[in-house]
Design a protein around this ligand. Structure first.
Ligand code: NDP
Length: 304
């Protein structure tokens, strides 16, 4: 049986970051402006520390300013809100990201809503959520944005096709991945089904789709015989599973060895959607910087 084309998120994100770095240097030389990203980490969650370290590294690599604010877990909410107010007013800061999850005594939604919407590079502020739903120009959450870039590149650029009219199923309805992904697909004129834990006959919903976006957080849940032959599969899931020898391995939400025999194209885990998330964070920071300074650069538009 033929094997699906592997959609290479490592290569795509590296090209994206190179393009962003080139624009950052142009803006610096032409306008004396350096895009700046502020990342706020509260507490010592080990996974969050790794994410924040990687974001800092990539931000600096592409020539942007990186401002890190690490606060102890017992920091009061008022103190965090005060820091965000300072970042909102700071002209050197174009993007603000508060690493989630926050400690239990903080109201994450209140914190998100304290960020200026035009600096909200995570795209979680209700203003940006509304812009995405209503079709306006806000900032788009990074993981769905990266997933959409891979999808567009495969279907529209490499295959010379069109997304319009294709049937897409998004499995998962979180605010971070599932819902914004569904809105992006609607924008592209796909016919979109959003499935979740209460969906009846999930395999049948998946089988009907030309495009499958899996964002469930359940290791290898979507099986190969759920996939329509030739479909494009975007696996957003990142799950660490234990192996019998005591080691661990990263797997997606799709059973890759089965799906790769049936799909037309599929993102691997790792190396698919994962690396796109930070690249899109940098992209959103560049977009925010361009809009704040009224610079007309192609990267400030959604699909340049
Ligand atoms: P959430 O836990 O917030 O949402 C999971 C969604 O999947 C929910 O809508 C839930 O339904 C649905 N779901 C759970 N179990 C089932 C089931 N058995 N059948 C059908 N639907 C189900 O997860 P996220 O959206 O935050 O993340 C999803 C995955 O993406 C995770 O693996 C996560 O690690 C990964 N991820 C990867 C990123 C990246 O950078 N590549 C970034 C963010 C996330 P219901 O609403 O009914 O409960």
């Amino acid at each position: 049986m033929t094997q699906a084309k592997l959609i290479d998120g490592n290569a795509f994100s590296a090209t994206l970051r190179d393009g962003i770095a080139a624009r950052v240097h142009e803006i610096r030389d032409a306008h004396r402006i350096v895009p700046g990203l502020a990342v706020v980490l509260v507490g010592e969650d080990p996974a969050s520390q790794v994410y924040v370290r990687n974001k800092h590294k990539r931000t600096v690599e592409c020539g942007m300013n990186s401002f890190e604010h690490k606060l102890p877990a017992e920091t009061g909410e008022a103190e965090l809100l005060n820091l965000i107010k300072g970042l909102n007013d700071d002209p050197a800061v174009h993007g603000i990201l508060v690493q989630l999850p926050l400690p239990g005594h903080m109201d994450a939604q209140k914190v998100i809503e304290a960020i200026r919407p035009d600096k909200d590079v995570d795209g979680f502020h209700p203003w940006n959520v509304g812009k995405l739903a209503a079709g306006g120009e806000g900032l788009i959450p990074c993981t769905p944005l990266g997933s959409m870039m891979l999808l567009r590149d495969w279907i529209c650029v490499q295959s010379g096709g069109s997304l319009a009219g294709l049937k897409a199923v998004v499995v998962g309805r979180s605010n971070i991945v599932g819902k914004p992904m569904a809105h992006l697909l609607i924008r592209e004129s796909c016919t979109v089904t959003v499935a979740h834990s209460r969906t009846r006959d999930l395999p049948a919903e998946v089988r009907a789709a030309d495009i499958v976006v899996a964002a469930v957080g359940q290791p290898e849940m979507l099986r190969g015989d759920w996939i329509r032959p030739g479909a494009t599969v975007i696996d957003v899931g990142i799950n660490r599973i234990a192996l019998p020898d005591g080691k661990t391995r990263l797997v997606g939400d799709v059973r890759f060895d089965e799906a790769v025999q049936v799909a037309g194209a599929i993102t691997p885990v790792p190396g698919g959607v994962g690396p796109m998330t930070i690249a899109c964070l940098l992209r959103n920071t560049l977009t925010a910087c361009a809009r704040l300074h009224r610079l007309d650069i192609p990267e400030a538009r959604p699909w340049a």
